[in-house]
Design a protein around this ligand. Structure first.
Ligand code: FES
Length: 501
């Protein structure tokens, strides 16, 4: 999406290259657009770090480094760091839920969602106003409600996700009838959620965007919604419009242009959308032919037979298990990985034993979850030091799964937190949700257990010298007598002398 106004243009989440082990492709194909000129924007907005929103190769090659990045207020600096690595130097750091006035009367607000279950620790929506016309690019963010946008006045265009962006239920090892039933429920829930958001905001026009992806590898072709499967969770824009009860929906294709005023919306398309979606299968097949070489090239890069997977998983995961309280307890049992050859033969079975805090060879025990995937994918994750297996392996849908009992959000939260910083953040987040957030006593002071910066566990990372507490995760300092943070504005700590506590 690119939002053009006389006061400047904002390019939002430009995604062109395949994501997640070459499984997801943008649909419809947008690679033919004139990216050289689309990339000459004044502002860049990347909503979050999921790879179907943050396309590093594309940002690097096509987006002007003179663009100012509109940065959501996230607890970690990972998005900014990754954009800096690509060559962006100008950042406008927004404060979540605050309207910012940019040059020429352009106003923006970015709402950042920061729970461990939002995106890869963080997802966001962008609200823009120019000359009394307001748009909300909600994208795939899931705020609890849209009240903070509504308060700013009537919204004219609401762009939001309506389709699936997950692996459930397709990868689960279930009888086909159950899979279809669960998929059907999921498809209906996705639409219902979208209808609720639309109804909540009451915008003049609604644009179903941010999905679905398409799957061009032969191994994943069945995931495209072209086989008449009512349990398919990836319905496209035209399917959504069949169910949408309103009359203000606008379907866009790559290259479509909508011109908005307070009272009108007119749209031009590069080709007739009805004709396009009526011939979806033929378009997908042609797209698949164009991308075969790319997929084969990607696949050839995954194998790293020199990687000792068990040792690699042990080295990366065991220290995190050791530090994990809430996530480990939440998972509550062993999780097994069966690693296979490309032909499906199991080469190795590894267990992550959450209660035992250990990664080891599977020992025939009962497990909470079992994942089955190609060994070379895990070799690749270890080879590149991937710290988020959701934003790589799981979203690729290149695995199957079985579980005992209900869906467990802690399992996937843990696999997005395979780095010290993320794990500490998630642990601290869960802790801060407790009504009786914990205090600790150290060096004569009683203070909150979690660091006010990124929630490191201060029983591990805190050092008290006199009145000063240093958190060793990033070196922030706090004056325990006043609770003031000595490193940054805000971020007070709750503390009292131990004797008086
Ligand atoms: S978490 Fe960053 S300094 Fe404590």
């Amino acid at each position: 999406m690119r939002i053009d106004t006389p006061a400047g243009s904002i390019l939002c989440d430009p995604w062109v290259n395949p994501a997640y082990f070459a499984s997801w492709f943008p649909f419809p194909d947008n690679s033919q657009l004139d990216w050289e000129s689309l990339g000459q924007c004044d502002y860049l907005y990347v909503s979050h770090l999921h790879r179907d929103h943050f396309d590093a190769a594309h940002l690097k090659r096509f987006v002007s480094k003179k663009a100012t990045v509109l940065l959501p207020e996230y607890p970690t600096s990972q998005l900014e760091d990754e954009l800096r690595d690509l060559g962006f130097t100008k950042f406008f750091k927004t404060v979540s839920d605050e309207v910012h006035e940019l040059d020429g009367g352009l106003k923006v607000l970015i709402q950042a969602l920061i729970s461990p279950t939002d995106g890869p620790i963080g997802d966001s929506s962008l609200w823009v106003e120019y000359d009394g016309v307001r748009v909300l690019n909600q994208n795939d963010a899931r705020p609890t409600d849209l009240a903070s946008f509504k308060e700013l006045g009537h919204v004219h265009a609401h762009m939001l996700q309506f389709s699936g962006a997950i692996w459930y239920p397709m990868v689960y090892e279930l009888p086909q009838t159950a899979k279809t039933a669960f998929g059907k429920q999921k498809r209906e829930r996705q639409f219902d959620r979208t209808f609720r958001y639309i109804d909540d905001l009451q915008a003049s026009w609604v644009f179903p965007i941010a999905g679905p992806p398409c799957f061009l590898d032969d191994e994943l072709w069945h995931l495209n919604d072209i086989h008449g499967d009512e349990g398919n969770i990836f319905p496209d824009q035209s399917e959504f419009m069949k169910e949408y009860p309103g009359s203000n929906g606008v379907v866009l294709l790559p290259g479509s242009v909508s011109t908005l005023t307070q009272t009108d919306c007119s749209t031009t398309h590069p080709t007739d959308p009805d004709e396009y979606f009526a011939n979806k299968e033929a378009h997908l097949k042609a797209y698949r032919d164009r991308q075969r070489v790319t997929i084969e090239k990607e696949k050839a890069s995954w194998s790293h037979p020199e990687v000792d997977v068990l040792a690699g998983m042990k080295a990366q995961i065991e220290p995190l298990l050791d530090e994990s309280v809430y996530l480990a307890k939440g998972v509550g049992g062993p999780v097994r990985f069966d690693l296979t050859s490309p032909d499906g033969e199991v080469l190795e079975s590894i267990v992550i034993d959450f209660p035992g805090k250990e990664v080891r060879v599977y020992d025939e025990e009962k497990v909470r979850y079992r994942f089955r995937t190609e060994r070379r994918l895990v070799e690749h994750l270890l080879h590149i030091g991937e710290g988020d297996w959701v934003n790589s392996l799981f979203l690729s849908c290149r695995f199957s799964a079985a579980r005992i009992g209900q869906y467990n959000e802690f399992v996937y939260a843990f696999f997005k937190c395979l780095s010290e910083e993320r794990l500490q953040y998630a642990e601290g987040w869960y802790e801060s949700q407790r009504p009786d957030a914990e205090d600790i006593t150290m060096g004569g002071w009683t203070f909150q257990r979690r660091c006010p910066h990124l929630k490191a566990d201060l029983t591990r990372f805190g050092i008290v010298e006199g009145k000063t507490l240093t958190c060793q995760l990033h070196g922030w300092k706090f004056d325990l007598s006043s609770g003031r943070c000595l490193t940054s504005v805000g971020h007070e700590i709750r503390s009292v002398p131990a004797a008086s506590s």
